[in-house]
Design a protein around this ligand. Structure first.
Ligand code: EPZ
Length: 427
């Protein structure tokens, strides 16, 4: 089991290039199933979840060719398989995003029912209900979602989402692209990754409007052609490196990024006491010699503060002056990193979906264990700020969402390395 060994206490400094956005790349890869001509996707992050997605596209009959670790050609013109198997879906819940494209393209699909994960039960009822409103007949059988479209083609409909859901918005948008007639999705998610998916679909011949607002309108077309598309920069990776600069009282510039996609995060980092400067594709955070204060935050759908940055700001708050309340409103179990941070000397008490963080003068290195992708990012940030050595176990969690994280941090002056630790059961 790989571990990260961090010797903390040094301010980070320098430039770091941001990779393509995992949470834009995953739906865009699923969207390739809709295209009857080959597509080329650029700026893919080199992550385990991307590799799993490519395995899934191959299992569905696509021909995938990686010209380098960030560029992929997908030819779905002869793809005719419609089963997303358990062994792939269990590795990556986002596999559910092939359901809409398969139904739109082939009129049937069998996708292993995605289970929950560490952060919550992660239901998919909104995905299934929306597809049924477009004419799909869906049953759960043997742990699989078995769906088909009598008559072969989905029909556009007016769908009101009773919860704002990124994945359900993406699945239904992709299903609607080839449906007969117009689909309206009300109370749609507004995340930048939704906009990136819509821009990609439109580049391949779709007719999606309203992306970025809470009302999407999709005019169904007969087929999608091919084309190229470049994935947007990863706003959560960006925020993670900026939070690391803040926690270590350093000065870091993130490049190849987009400041307009994480304004709520930048506001919080400034509220904490950092100086933040931005350009068209870069963001610089300077915390050198600054008095950094713990900041209250409440996660909520975009454009509010993203749940995927909550753990990182908890780590910043843990070693800031004052106290702060963190309210996690999106997932039911996303405060797990608090106990691990307390092992490092933090003073965090959790009550339900709320954490009270009392800042301490200095965290201290300790052996800690990652529980999920973003919790592990918070542990890395705390380890970089702490005095002494921290050993972070189960770093396979972090490899799902951060490309070459130890190399990028070494480039910023961090003392961090990866090593094989004892094998303990995965979870
Ligand atoms: C996406 O997950 C992201 N994953 C998550 O990032 C992110 O935390 C989340 O959106 C919220 O921004 C990808 O894009 C691959 P949701 P998703 O559907 O789509 C409830 C990371 O770390 N819900 O917006 O699964 C759900 O329980 C990952 O990169 C239903 O009730 O999230 C939750 O409370 C973690 N029924 C809320 O909606 C449904 O059918 C928001 O979930 C679907 C969701």
């Amino acid at each position: 089991m790989a571990q990260l060994i961090v010797l903390g206490g040094a301010p980070l400094h320098g430039d770091v290039a941001i990779s393509g956005a995992k949470n834009a790349a995953l739906p865009i890869l699923a969207a390739a199933l809709l295209a009857e001509q080959p597509v080329v996707i650029d700026n893919l992050p080199d992550l385990q979840d991307i590799t799993t997605s490519i395995e899934l596209l191959n299992a569905l009959g696509c021909v995938c060719q990686r010209s380098d670790s960030h560029t992929l050609r997908v030819d779905a013109s002869t793809a005719d398989r419609v089963i997303a198997p358990y062994e792939l879906v269990v590795k990556m819940r986002a596999s559910i995003l092939v359901l809409g494209p398969l139904l739109a393209r082939h009129g049937r699909a069998e996708v292993s029912f995605p289970g929950g994960c560490a952060i919550g039960s992660r239901p998919v009822d909104l995905h299934l209900r929306g597809l049924e409103m477009m004419g799909a007949v869906i049953e759960i059988d043997g742990g699989y979602i078995k769906a088909e479209v009598p008559g072969g083609r989905l029909c556009g409909n007016h769908i009101l989402m009773d919860v704002v859901s990124v994945g359900a918005t993406e699945n239904l948008m992709m299903a609607a692209v080839l449906a007969d007639g117009e689909t309206v999705i009300e109370n749609a998610a507004r995340e930048p990754e939704i906009v990136d998916l819509a821009n990609c679909l439109n580049a391949w011949g779709a007719r999606v409007s309203g992306a970025g607002s809470n009302r999407l309108v999709i005019q169904g077309v007969e087929k999608l052609g091919g084309g190229r598309y470049t994935v947007m920069p990863d706003r959560i990776e960006t925020g993670t490196f900026l939070a690391a600069a803040l926690a270590t009282r350093g000065c870091v510039r993130t490049t190849r990024t987009d400041p307009t996609t994480l304004e709520a995060v930048l506001i919080k980092l400034q509220e904490a006491g950092a100086l933040v400067a931005t350009g068209s594709d870069w963001i610089e955070l300077d915390a050198r010699g600054r008095d950094i204060r713990a900041v209250d935050l409440r996660t909520a759908p975009y454009p509010a503060f993203p749940t995927d940055m909550q753990s990182q700001l908890m780590a910043v708050n843990a070693a800031a002056s004052g106290s702060a309340m963190i309210h996690e409103t999106i997932f039911e179990n996303r405060l797990m990193q608090a106990q691990e941070l307390n092992r490092m000397g933090a003073k965090i008490t959790v009550e339900g979906h709320t954490a009270l963080v009392k800042g301490v003068a200095q965290l201290r290195g300790a052996p800690v264990r990652a529980s999920d992708l973003r919790a592990s990012a918070g542990l890395v940030i705390a380890a970089l700020a702490a005095s002494g050595e921290t050993v972070i176990d189960r770093v396979y969690h972090i490899d799902r969402g951060y490309e070459r994280i130890e190399e990028k941090l070494q480039g910023l002056g961090a003392t961090i390395e990866r090593r094989q630790g004892p094998n303990i059961e995965e979870s």
